[in-house]
Design a binder for this molecule. Structure first.
Ligand code: HEC
Ligand code: HEC
Ligand code: HEC
Ligand code: HEC
Ligand code: HEC
Ligand code: HEC
Length: 430
C-alpha cells in the first residue's frame, strides 16, 4: 500500500504544481471537472470540494465554486488568491492578498472605535462588492437592493456577475472582442507575458470579464452593453508593494465596463450631465491636471517629474488600446514609472478597487473625514493604528499593520507625517 500511495501522491502534487504555474482557465474554459461534478467525486484541481450545487457545481453556489480555488490557505499573497478566510485574519491581522482587484476578506473586517462620547463602527460590508458565496460565508449587501446608479440586483451579485466562468470572450488579432465563431483562446490575454493573438489563435479578454451581451443563464435580464477594458497586468501581480509597485497598464474602457451595472456613474464631462458625479471614462481626460499628477510626490513636495510620477494608489488609464504599448508598461519592478499626460483618463479604478479594499466604498486610499492619512508618534511617520500611541479615532479601530496593508504594505515614510488625502495627486489643493 505504502509503495503505491507515494507515487500517486507525487503525481497529484506534480499536477497541482503544473496547474499553479501553467494556469487553469488559460484564457478560456478550464477543465469542466474543476467546477462541475457529475457524480460528486473529488477533483484534483478543486481539492476535496465535492459539494454539488446548481448546474452540478462543486459549491453550494456559483461564487463558492470559484472560491474552492481562489480562497487562500495561508495569509500570504500568492498567485490567484483573492480571498483570505476569517480563521487566518483574527482581529488586528489584515487579509493577506494584495492583487490589483483586492482581497474580499476585507468584507469581513468590522471596526469599532470611540470618538469622544460616541462609539463608531465601520462595517465590513462597506468595503467592497458584497458577493454571494455561502460556503465561504459571503452574503449579499444588507444596504443596497441594486447597484447604485443602476438596476443590477445586489442579491445576485457573485463572481460570475463580472467574470464569465466559461471564458467565452476573446481578443482577436485585430483587437476586437468576440464571443462566438472562433476557436477557444490560446491562452490568457491578461499579462505582459501573454501571447499576442494570431489569426487562428485569439487570447482571453482581460481577466475573463463578461463583454457586450454577457448575461449568465441564472441571472437573466441585465445583459452588458460594453466590452471589457483594454488592460494588461504584470504576471507577478499578487505581492506587497513595500519595495516596488505593481503597475497594471490600464488602457481604456474600464469605466464604461463598470457602467454595465452603474450607468449613472459614467460621466465624461464635469457637470454637463446634471448628475454631478466625478468625471470618469474614456472622455475624462486629465488635460492640464496631468502636470499636477506628475509633480505631486507627497504633501509639501511637488517637485516630482513625469519619469517617476506613477503611483499605483492613484492609477489612470493611458487612453489607448494598443497592447504593444500596454505590455511594455505592466511591470512589478519599478522599471516603468512614467506618469500621466493630457490624454490620460480618470477612471473608476483611479479611486476604487474592483473587488474590495480596507476602506469604505472599496476606495484605494482613506478618503474619510480625516485630515491626515498618516500619523506622527514620537516624530516618526507611521500608519495610524490602535497599537500606536496617538489619536485613537484616526486609527478607526485598525491596527497599524491593517492600515499598512490597505496601502499594500508601503512604508508610511513614502509620505509625510501630515499626509493629506491622495485626491491631491491631481488636485494639489494643499
Ligand atoms: C479548479 C481551480 C479553479 C477554479 C474552480 C476556478 N479557478 Fe480561476 N484560476 C485558477 C488558477 C490556477 C488561476 C491562475 C492561472 C490562470 O490564470 O489560469 C486562475 C485565474 C483566474 C483569473 C485570472 C485569469 C486571467 O487570465 O487573467 C480569473 C479572473 C479567475 N480565475 C476567475 C475565476 C472564476 C470567476 C471562477 C468561478 C466561476 C474560477 N476562477 C474558478 C483556478 C481556478
Ligand atoms: C471556472 C468554472 C467552470 C468551468 C471550468 C466550467 N464551468 Fe460550466 N458553469 C460554471 C458556472 C458557475 C455555471 C453556472 C452559470 C450560471 O449560473 O448562469 C456553469 C453552467 C454550465 C452549464 C449550464 C448553463 C449554461 O451555460 O448552459 C453547462 C451546460 C456547463 N456549465 C457546461 C460546462 C462544460 C461542458 C465545461 C467544460 C468544457 C464547463 N462547464 C466548465 C462554471 C464552470
Ligand atoms: C464587480 C465585478 C467583479 C466581481 C463581482 C468579481 N470580480 Fe474579479 N475582477 C474584476 C475586475 C474588474 C478585475 C481586474 C482588476 C484590476 O486589474 O484592477 C478582477 C480581477 C480578478 C482576478 C485577478 C487578480 C486581481 O484581483 O486583480 C481574479 C483571480 C478574480 N478577479 C477572481 C474573482 C473571483 C473568484 C470572484 C468572486 C469571489 C470575483 N473575481 C468577483 C471584477 C469583478
Ligand atoms: C455585474 C454588475 C456590477 C459591475 C460590473 C460592477 N458593479 Fe459595483 N456594484 C454592483 C452591485 C449590485 C452593488 C451593490 C451591492 C454592494 O454594495 O456590493 C455594487 C456596489 C458598488 C460600490 C459600493 C460598494 C459599497 O460597499 O457600498 C462601488 C464603489 C462599486 N460598486 C464600484 C464599481 C466599480 C469601480 C466597478 C468596475 C470595476 C463596478 N462597481 C462594477 C454591481 C456591479
Ligand atoms: C475621483 C475618485 C472617484 C472616481 C473617479 C470614481 N469614484 Fe466612485 N466614489 C468615490 C468616493 C470618494 C465615494 C464615496 C461616497 C461619495 O463620496 O459619494 C464613491 C462612491 C461610489 C459608489 C457608492 C455610492 C453609493 O450610493 O453607495 C459607487 C457605486 C461608485 N462610487 C461607483 C463608481 C463608478 C462606477 C465609477 C466610474 C464610472 C466611479 N465610482 C468613479 C470616488 C470616486
Ligand atoms: C487622476 C486624477 C484625479 C484624481 C486622483 C482625482 N481627480 Fe477630481 N478631477 C479630475 C479631473 C480630470 C477633473 C475634471 C477637470 C476639472 O474639473 O478640472 C476633476 C474634477 C473634480 C471636481 C470638480 C467637478 C466639477 O463638476 O467641476 C471635484 C470637486 C473633484 N475632482 C474632486 C476630487 C476628489 C474629492 C478626489 C479624491 C476622492 C479627486 N477629485 C481625485 C482628476 C482627478
Amino acid at each position: 500500500m505504502r509503495r503505491k500511495t507515494v507515487p500517486i501522491f507525487l503525481t497529484l502534487w506534480a499536477v497541482f504544481v503544473q496547474l499553479a504555474f501553467a494556469g487553469f482557465h488559460n484564457g478560456g474554459v478550464g477543465e469542466c471537472n474543476g467546477c462541475h461534478t457529475v457524480h460528486r467525486a473529488p477533483s484534483i484541481q478543486a481539492g476535496t470540494a465535492t459539494q454539488s450545487g446548481p448546474y452540478l457545481l462543486r459549491g453550494t453556489d456559483q461564487g463558492s465554486t470559484c472560491l474552492n480555488c481562489h480562497s487562500a490557505n495561508q495569509n500570504l499573497p500568492s498567485y490567484q488568491y483573492i480571498s483570505t478566510p476569517e480563521s487566518l485574519m483574527p482581529p488586528g491581522i489584515p487579509p493577506g492578498q494584495m492583487t490589483p482587484g483586492g482581497d474580499f476578506g476585507w468584507l469581513k473586517k468590522n471596526y469599532t472605535w470611540t470618538s469622544g462620547q460616541s462609539v463608531l463602527t465601520d462595517y465590513g460590508y462597506m468595503h467592497g462588492h458584497d458577493i454571494v458565496a455561502a460556503d465561504y460565508r459571503y452574503a449579499a449587501s444588507p444596504v443596497h437592493v441594486t447597484a447604485p446608479g443602476g438596476t443590477y440586483p445586489a442579491a445576485s451579485l457573485t463572481c460570475i456577475s463580472c467574470h464569465d466562468p466559461h471564458g467565452e470572450y476573446r481578443r482577436t488579432v485585430n483587437g476586437t472582442i468576440v464571443s462566438s465563431g472562433l476557436q477557444n483562446a490560446c491562452g490568457s490575454g491578461s499579462y505582459e507575458s501573454s501571447p499576442d493573438p494570431t489569426t487562428n489563435c485569439p487570447v482571453g479578454d482581460y481577466r475573463l470579464l463578461g463583454g457586450a451581451g454577457y448575461s449568465p443563464v441564472s441571472i437573466p435580464g441585465f445583459p452588458f452593453t460594453s466590452d471589457p477594458p483594454s488592460a494588461v497586468a504584470p504576471s507577478n501581480y499578487n505581492r506587497p508593494e513595500s519595495v516596488t509597485q505593481t503597475r497594471v497598464a490600464y488602457g481604456q474602457g474600464m469605466s464604461e465596463w463598470c457602467a454595465n451595472c452603474h450607468p449613472a456613474f459614467l460621466n465624461s464631462q464635469p457637470n454637463t450631465s446634471g448628475a454631478y458625479r466625478h468625471p470618469a471614462g474614456n472622455g475624462a481626460k486629465l488635460g492640464f491636471l496631468a502636470n499636477n499628477y506628475n509633480a505631486y510626490v507627497k504633501t509639501g513636495d511637488i517637485t516630482g517629474t513625469r519619469q517617476t510620477a506613477y503611483l499605483s494608489l492613484v492609477p489612470f488609464e493611458e487612453g489607448t488600446s494598443d497592447y504593444n504599448i500596454l505590455k511594455k508598461h505592466a511591470r512589478s519592478d519599478d522599471s516603468y514609472l512614467v506618469g500621466a499626460d493630457e490624454n490620460s483618463n480618470v477612471m473608476c479604478l483611479t479611486c476604487h478597487r474592483a473587488h474590495a479594499s480596507g476602506w469604505d466604498y472599496m476606495l484605494r486610499f482613506d478618503s474619510s473625514f480625516q485630515t491626515f492619512i498618516t500619523a506622527d508618534p514620537a516624530g516618526q511617520t507611521a500608519w495610524p493604528g490602535t497599537d500606536i500611541v496617538g489619536d485613537n479615532s484616526q486609527a478607526m479601530g485598525r491596527s497599524s499593520r491593517e492600515t499598512a496593508r490597505t496601502y499594500y504594505d508601503r512604508p508610511a515614510t513614502k509620505f509625510t507625517p501630515y499626509q493629506r488625502s491622495l485626491c491631491n495627486k491631481c488636485h494639489v489643493e494643499d
